[in-house]
Ligand binder design. Structure first.
Ligand SMILES: O=C[C@H](O)COP(=O)(O)O
Length: 319
């Protein structure tokens, strides 16, 4: 999994950001159209996408039962007979992680233990998710509690208020404090809440500051903003990751999240990673997709690949 120790805040680099909006939009528009993978290649891409999913439930009405179903699905994401038909039965395919609220971490710990041998990490959102409008001390405490309960990945949110004011030093200090609370063994993903940031220039600046402060991954959205993961935003973020890598040698992961629901979307995001960052970023150590319902469509497409028919809902029980 990505580990980024961070660097000192380089405000000069942050401030000189300039984004060419028409160029970003043009490039983003080509991504869903230029690369079409078909048949066995498509099935392989979809299985790769499965291993990169942070299978998520983040609802006020989450209960032990739906976390339990999610965890079972995380360990058995694709029906055995379909995997067998593709010769992937013994490949140990699971999703990248399950992602839940801190209070549901103990449910996930128990459910994953009960659901079989394979290991699936638990990611917990923290720091007053989704708005981040709680005092820093409370946010830090939340991280520590989630880790104590069993989370090994923490998804924090930045203060969009501070980003909109251009308080990059304060964001750097807060994200650094969160990283310190995570410690070295726990991976930290930093959610920028890009739908709240107003401009792509702010998205690039927030990406850089989050990485300088030691984020192991940068993540687009909480899934709760009005606009979540879009390709122009994704493009700006992965280019920030590339620039940071070229300057520091540290590889930071990327997690688009929110509104990613179709197998085709998953292939487009994989294509973005391949074309902009290369094959090193095409695995769950450096790429995750945060999604609650994407797996359903991927399993449906794989069912179609194997059988030539589309499955009825009851044939693909989903978390
Ligand atoms: O981080 C993950 C998102 O909250 C999931 O959003 P979604 O329900 O739109 O897939």
């Amino acid at each position: 999994m990505a580990y980024n120790p961070g660097i000192n805040l380089d405000l000069e680099w942050v401030q000189k950001t300039a984004i060419n909006l028409p160029a970003v939009n043009r490039r983003a528009a080509t991504l869903p159209t230029k690369r079409t993978v078909k048949k066995a290649w498509q099935a392989a891409w979809l299985l790769r996408a499965v291993t990169c999913i942070d299978l998520t439930t983040l609802s006020g009405d989450d209960t032990f039962s739906n976390v339990q179903r999610l965890c079972y699905k995380a360990k058995h994401p694709i029906r055995d007979d379909l995997l067998e038909a593709m010769g992937m039965h013994d490949a140990g395919i699971t999703v990248g992680a399950v992602c839940v609220y801190p209070s549901r971490v103990p449910d996930a710990v128990k459910s994953l233990k009960d659901a079989g041998k394979s290991y699936v990490p638990i990611a917990s959102v923290a720091t007053g998710f989704p708005a981040g409008q709680t005092p820093l001390a409370t946010r830090i405490e939340e991280i520590k509690m989630a880790i104590e309960m069993g989370a090994t990945e923490i998804d924090i949110v930045i203060s969009r208020t501070k980003a909109l004011h251009g308080d990059w030093q304060e964001i750097y200090d807060e994200v650094s404090a969160c990283k310190k609370a995570c410690g070295e063994g726990v991976h930290m993903k930093t959610i920028l809440g890009t739908g709240d940031l107003g401009t792509l220039t702010n998205v690039y600046k927030a990406s850089l500051v989050a990485m300088m402060a030691g984020s192991d991954f940068i993540k687009t959205s909480t899934g709760k903003e009005g606009v979540n993961a879009t390709l122009p935003v994704g493009l700006v973020m992965v280019r920030a990751i590339r620039d940071y890598y070229h300057k520091t040698g540290y590889k930071v992961g990327f997690k688009p999240a929110g509104g990613i629901r179709s197998a085709k979307d998953a292939c487009t995001w994989l294509a973005l990673m391949k074309e902009e960052l290369g094959n090193d970023w095409l695995n769950n150590q450096l790429f995750r997709i945060g999604a609650s319902s994407l797996l359903t469509d991927i399993e449906r497409q794989l069912y179609h690949y194997v059988t030539g028919r589309y499955a009825a809902a009851h044939q693909l029980p989903m978390a």
